[in-house]
Design a protein around this ligand. Structure first.
Ligand code: MG
Length: 251
């Protein structure tokens, strides 16, 4: 009898540890089912309330070197890279919230049990401005003493390499589709944050990344079937617009 209980306990523990392997990252905050605008502080607060592991957000650089949180190159037709911050920071999101600076956004997440997944957007004016944005982002997070709580992600490989040059420990995941886990490992990038299609085209990537002790993240997974597929692959993180659904599945 004791042996049976022991085996059952082991099985439950194994099941639980597998179930807890994959962590939830709310893509642009938890907005879809909460009516908070994407990339708003309200969406971050919903992600904190939902107890998700991480919350992702997008950061762009203005002409006068202010980091603001927004996904697109423009906000309501105002081009961010070529505009002054004063023309953007008086703009409102659909919930009445002011468009947040990266500093305001970070401050809203600091001291809460949530990882800040900080995406450095490539600047449309070119590499030099993307590197500027990277340097300012790194300094901001460092000055806020939030490096441990933050994972930087970017489609700009220049930004990823710059971060590694500035800090040997900072966590960096690459979003593009043109690097293998081996190449990322050689360049000391902490992890891959690839689109669903990249993993489907390269079914060996998750295992290969784990061999190098690299983090694996996938975006943007919004349906149960694909979530189950990646959970079964033991992916480390799933980035989703449907964190509520993923939380249910992981239970
Ligand atoms: Mg993003």
């Amino acid at each position: 009898m004791k042996a049976i209980i022991f085996i059952l306990t082991c099985l439950i523990m194994t099941f639980n540890s597998n179930a807890q392997t994959t962590k939830i990252i709310a893509h642009r905050g938890a907005w879809k089912n909460t009516n908070a605008p994407q990339n708003s502080i309200a969406a971050l607060e919903e992600a904190i309330k939902g107890k998700y592991w991480g919350s992702e957000f997008d950061v762009c650089l203005t002409k006068d070197d202010v980091l603001i949180v927004n996904h697109d190159n423009d906000f309501k037709g105002i081009d961010i890279a070529t505009s002054e911050s004063k023309d953007l920071l008086n703009q409102r999101l659909s919930n009445g919230e002011k468009i947040p600076t990266a500093k305001e956004y970070m401050l809203a997440g600091i001291n809460h049990p949530i990882k800040m997944i900080y995406e450095i957007k490539p600047n449309k004016l070119g590499k030099e401005r993307t590197i500027k944005s990277t340097e300012l982002s790194y300094k901001l997070v460092k000055n806020l003493k939030a490096l441990q709580q933050t994972i930087f992600i970017s489609f700009s490989y220049d930004a990823c390499l710059k971060l590694r040059e500035m800090d040997t420990n900072v966590q960096i995941q690459y979003l593009g589709n043109d690097k293998s886990p081996k190449q990322l490992h050689i360049d000391k990038i902490t992890g891959l944050d690839f689109n669903i299609g990249v993993y489907k085209n390269h079914p060996d990537y998750i295992k290969e990344a784990k061999k190098y002790n690299m983090q694996t993240n996938v975006w943007t997974v919004n349906d149960a079937e694909t979530m189950r597929h990646f959970i079964e692959q033991n992916i480390d993180f799933i980035t989703t617009d449907e964190p509520e659904l993923l939380k249910q599945l992981l239970k």
